[in-house]
Design a binder for this molecule. Structure first.
Ligand code: IVH
Length: 670
């Protein structure tokens, strides 16, 4: 059966559209259509290819996962060896590197360097022939790598077909495949829930994912690639600056580093290094340093290589974020929902410039999995977030008198029985709010900045108030007397007055904040906002059935059940009634679809605002349907710049995102 030209055209149009939107999403971080529309296009193409199987070709976006797992990895000999990098451990060594470069080039001018983060992943080579991805390979020993074509094809940010009309007959792009931190944590969380082995770090997870015989497994792993060099190029002339080569590669549909920059001399390199070191823990991936490359390609060629590394590049490593230390003991902390979390106390050690003396262990299963004993020498790591964690035990270093860690049989705070949740790995104290620890956490949460925002009521003070027996639940806060407060340690008359004023002020709140402040299990800020918008009033939320709750965006059966259970409990209802009686109140929002004027719009707030705090601005925007994000991307619609706005404002200007000032914001908010 022959296929009509219309069908063929439809098919190639769909592929072109899908590839185009893929590039907008992954390469430019600027999608133009919602995910649902993208999925619809892909489904249309799939249906068409199903109806006309002759149309299927390997570079079709539907063909990311091949039909069959491979039996073994083939070998790939790199036509140009994949090199390694020399290191600079400090400013002195970097200056030495720069001096050698200048001397060899015979110049007194400052050298221009292309600077990029050193991603902690795996070096990979991609070969494109006439614009089509034909092979992916690992670095291996630099000369021979493994053929991982079937796996790189599943990585969404790697194009199966280059963008544009003119591409080299042969192009080898080299880069780093890595696993973003969010994806890594999610993957490990799933493994933890299933009791499977965890990956020690994102690098291992990326490596393990690329070394799969079955691409269907790799496809489930959140991998990405950033390009940082070329191998063979035939049938095209490339730009003569590395920074321009990168942009050329980007134009072909590959992702390049958003943090890239061109810097001048050692001074520029050090500024870049320090800036990235500061940003390190806010980046969405792990980096272990920065790489500097002489930007001019002619200069690169003049410099050449020593053994297996180029003379024109150096890696300036960051301080390690892993250290070893001794585990002194484990304390079980009781959280707001009664969950017992083991917290390790450690012999203090400096990790990446910060002294660490405790680390989280997630739950009891983690203790069993790691097989940690009191007295063990452990490897700890600070990454992404600030809370350090124990990665592993150093097996050879266990002392004779090491003590196995047992799960407590009763709550370490109130002595009530603990129970293990069905199917789950979480152990909880069964006492609810009659457990002092849970009471304290519930009240701390109630008072916190994003909840009732009771200024001056910090964690320490809540603990004091509960310990002294002055309060049992959040409602008790509002009947505290001045003399009760001023009799507390470290509390004068002035602070007592201030706290009472702050409590008074906090009574004026919003429904969303109030719901969030109640601390219903798994009901965070976003869910509270959805509940407030959907129902518009507390009574309706209290009376909602599980079925009704599941109609609310983002609420599934488990959260719905948590909500219904919460409002079933008499003591919860009593606290709510008392809060309303003492005068906690919110403006009845007229919530209709029309009032969600900012729905679908993303705002970023930066700098100091004069007439309101950033938190209040955020509340108002969210109440009108906006999303408020912490970082600027091309998806941002408005950046609100207050006094002393810094890098976010710069980024907005660079990306051409609309910038408004506080006055304009106030006008928009009406
Ligand atoms: S350039 C000759 N740029 O680091 C150029 N490498 O230690 C060699 N790496 O094998 C590679 N980020 O796996 C380059 N921005 C970056 C990099 C980077 C990470 C890795 C790469 C390489 C290793 C060398």
């Amino acid at each position: 059966m022959s296929i009509s030209p219309e069908i063929k055209k439809k098919c190639s149009d769909l592929r072109e559209q899908i590839n185009h939107h893929n590039t907008l999403y992954y390469v430019y971080d600027a999608p133009e259509i919602p995910d649902s529309e993208y999925d619809r296009l892909l489904r249309e193409l799939q249906d068409l290819e199903k109806a006309y199987p002759q149309l299927v070709s390997p570079d079709s976006p539907t063909q990311r996962v091949g039909a069959q797992p491979i039996k073994e990895f083939g070998e790939v000999v790199h036509a140009l060896p994949m090199l390694s990098l020399g290191n600079s451990l400090n400013e002195e060594e970097l200056a030495g590197f720069d001096r050698r470069v200048s001397e060899r080039l015979g110049t007194d001018d400052d050298i221009l360097y292309a600077a990029e983060p050193k991603l902690d992943g795996l070096a990979v080579s991609l070969m494109y022939e006439n614009g089509v991805l034909v092979r992916g390979a690992t670095r291996g020993d630099g000369t021979t790598g493994e053929d991982i074509t079937h796996n790189v094809r599943t990585i969404p940010s790697i194009p199966l077909k280059l963008q544009g009309k003119r591409f080299p007959s042969k192009l080898e792009v080299r880069g780093e495949v890595y696993m973003p931190l969010k994806g890594f944590e999610k993957l490990n969380e799933q493994a933890r829930k299933k009791g499977e082995k965890l990956f020690a770090n994102p690098r291992n997870a990326a490596a393990g994912s690329l070394r799969q015989l079955d691409p269907a497994i790799t496809a489930l792993r959140p991998l990405a690639m950033i390009s940082c060099g070329l191998g063979i190029v035939e049938g095209a002339s490339v730009p003569d600056e590395y920074s321009e080569i990168l942009e050329w590669v980007q134009g072909l549909g590959l992702v390049i580093s958003p943090e890239r920059a061109v810097v001048k001399g050692v001074k520029g390199c050090m500024e870049y290094y320090n800036r990235l070191l500061e940003q390190r823990n806010t980046l969405p991936y792990e980096i272990d340093g920065v790489v500097f490359k002489v930007n001019n390609i002619q200069q690169q060629q003049k410099l050449g290589f020593v053994s297996r590394a180029p003379r024109w590049a150096t890696a300036h490593k960051f301080p390690a974020q892993e250290e070893t230390t001794r585990l002194l003991g484990i304390e079980f902390q009781v959280g707001r929902t009664g969950a017992l979390t083991p917290v390790a106390s450690l012999e203090p050690v400096s990790v990446g410039g910060v002294t660490v003396s405790s680390a989280t262990l997630h739950n009891m299963d983690e203790i069993i999995r790691l097989d940690v004993h009191k007295g063990d020498t452990v490897i700890i790591k600070r990454a992404g977030d600030v809370i350090p964690k124990i990665v592993s035990v150093v097996p050879g270093k266990r002392p004779k008198n090491a003590v196995k860690i047992e799960l407590p049989e009763e709550c370490p705070v109130c002595g009530s029985a603990v129970f293990k949740e069905e199917g789950g790995v979480i152990v909880r104290c069964a006492a609810g709010l009659s457990c002092k620890a849970q009471r304290k956490e519930a009240i701390k949460h109630f008072a916190s900045r994003r909840a009732m925002d009771i200024e001056g009521l910090g964690d320490k003070l809540v603990e004091q108030l509960v310990d002294e027996g002055l309060i049992y639940n959040p409602a008790d806060l509002f009947i505290l007397q001045k003399d009760e407060l001023s009799s507390l340690e470290r509390m004068g008359e002035k602070s007592a007055d201030n706290l009472i004023a702050a409590l008074e002020k906090s009574k004026n709140t919003s429904l969303a904040r109030f719901i969030y402040a109640l601390g219903i299990r798994e009901v965070g800020e976003a869910t509270s906002q959805s509940l407030a918008s959907y129902y518009g009033g507390l009574r309706k939320i209290k009376d909602a059935s599980i079925e009704s709750l599941q109609q609310v965006p983002d609420i599934g059966p488990i959260v719905a059940e948590n909500i219904v259970n919460f409002f079933k409990q008499a003591d919860n209802l009593e606290v709510i009634d008392r809060l309303l009686i003492v005068g906690v109140d919110w403006l009845q929002q007229e919530i209709s679809r029309q009032s969600m004027v900012f729905s679908g719009k993303t705002f970023v707030l930066t700098g100091t605002l004069e007439h309101m705090t950033r938190d209040h601005a955020k509340d108002r925007l969210v109440a009108l349907g906006a999303k408020v994000s912490g970082s600027v991307s091309s998806k941002t619609n408005y950046v609100v710049a207050g006094e002393k706005a810094g890098s976010k404002l710069e980024k907005a200007k660079k990306l051409g995102v609309k910038v408004i000032n506080e006055q304009e914001l106030i006008k928009m908010l009406g």
